[in-house]
Design a protein around this ligand. Structure first.
Ligand SMILES: Cc1cc2nc3c(=O)[nH]c(=O)nc-3n(C[C@H](O)[C@H](O)[C@H](O)COP(=O)(O)O)c2cc1C
Length: 365
């Protein structure tokens, strides 16, 4: 097994390489009767498409999705939903010089050691294009969650060390600017910084924050399928993600217990946590409040700055990477984080349906 399957109840299998014929996903376990169209999938896929701004790779892919199965007359049938996106703008020749070289920050070395054979063109399976399948499946999950009144929203919180400010926070702005930052001033500063980093042939990293709202209490399982653990696994499975934290995260390690504990309060008779230091989970289950987590994304590994490396024969090489690469991964990974969060939550909601005899009785009656 190559570990390309995610989820236990709402199960996705992604497939395809960057320079192969196509990439795609099969979603199994989606309940029947959900209205879904190619446009629903496409609108989410368009947010991760390359070539949309000066800060994303110039690879000119239309990334048009085709739904091949599992949808009849605009509604899911309960059978596997297969989706496919063709690769149309490969420049495979750009990679011929890299065939025998281990690019720093890429997965060339580990693929070589593990399999002894690898598609060196554009990273093959470890390419950012692998995330198309996740986003297409995530769009189905987002549609399902919307039916339940649950929303997932991610944005760039920090880029190249420049962070958004609380005072300028404007969620709508995150869908307007090229960097997906909910703070126009911070976005301007980041764009200036990125232009100069790009001029140097270098790249930058950043932090993506994601908020899940409307999630009922009790989603997630108490031991190995904790909501926070499953979210961490889902988000850390995205290429270039190097860190995950939920709620206060690493900051919790510096707090006193009295400061860190989120007290409970009553809002119109509904019990709520008073703060989000716990990130909206307790004992692995949602507490009914907002879930807030963050992902640290490393700088794009393909840089045209000269780097020292080795080839497959152990010879030292000086490497300058040519080709089309994002100077920053964050803006295109925002929608991937949303997709993985939606898939995780959907999977755990379905898993939790059997948690109480009353639920089962209600369905059986
Ligand atoms: C949406 C997305 C787009 C990416 N685009 C690029 C890219 O243009 N150039 C590049 O060098 N890496 C890119 N990456 C990152 C590599 O896929 C990743 O860093 C590499 O495979 C090594 O994996 P690791 O960083 O998780 O160890 C992208 C990742 C994502 C999620």
């Amino acid at each position: 097994m190559s570990g390309s399957v995610f989820g236990k109840n709402f199960v996705i299998s992604t497939w395809g390489e960057s320079h192969g014929k196509s990439v795609g996903v099969c979603v199994d376990g989606c309940p029947a009767g959900l209205e879904i169209s190619e446009d629903d999938i496409q609108s989410m896929l368009d947010r991760r498409k390359p070539g949309q701004s000066e800060f994303t790779t110039k690879r000119n892919e239309s990334d048009r999705v085709k739904i091949l199965s599992g949808v009849f007359e605009g509604r899911t049938t309960g059978t596997p939903i297969a989706m496919l996106v063709e690769n149309t703008d490969q420049h495979s020749k750009d990679y011929s010089e890299l065939k025998n070289v281990f690019r720093p920050g890429h997965a060339d070395f580990t693929f070589e050691k593990k399999y002894g054979i690898r598609d060196y063109r554009g990273g093959g399976r470890s390419s950012g294009r692998e995330t198309i399948g996740r986003v297409a499946a995530g769009a189905v999950a987002v549609k399902l969650l919307k039916k339940l009144g649950i929303s997932v929203f991610a944005y760039a919180k920090e880029i190249g060390g420049i962070c958004i400010s609380e005072e300028n926070f404007d969620l709508e702005e995150a869908r307007k600017n090229a960097l997906c930052m909910p703070d126009p001033q911070a976005a301007e500063k980041c764009m200036k910084l990125l232009r100069s980093i790009k001029n140097d042939g270098d790249s930058a990293g950043g932090i993506i924050e994601c908020r899940i709202n409307g999630l009922m209490p009790g989603i997630g399982e108490p031991v190995f399928d904790k909501l926070d653990a499953r979210l961490a696994g889902a988000v850390m499975s995205i290429g270039a993600v190097k860190g995950f934290e939920i709620g206060a995260g690493f900051e919790a390690a510096r707090m006193r217990g009295s400061e860190c504990n989120d007290g409970f309060l009553s809002e119109d008779g509904v019990t709520r946590a008073s703060a989000i230091n716990s990130g909206g989970t307790l004992g692995g289950m949602s507490d009914g409040g907002e879930i807030v987590f963050r992902a640290a994304v490393k700088p794009t590994p393909s840089v045209s700055v000269q780097q020292k490396t080795l080839d497959i024969n152990g010879e030292e090489k000086e490497l300058v990477i040519k080709g089309r690469h994002d100077p920053i991964i964050v803006p295109r990974a925002v929608v991937v984080v949303e997709a993985m969060a939606a898939l995780t939550v959907t999977d755990l909601i379905i898993q939790g349906l059997g948690a109480r005899i009353d639920n089962i009785k209600r369905v059986m009656e």
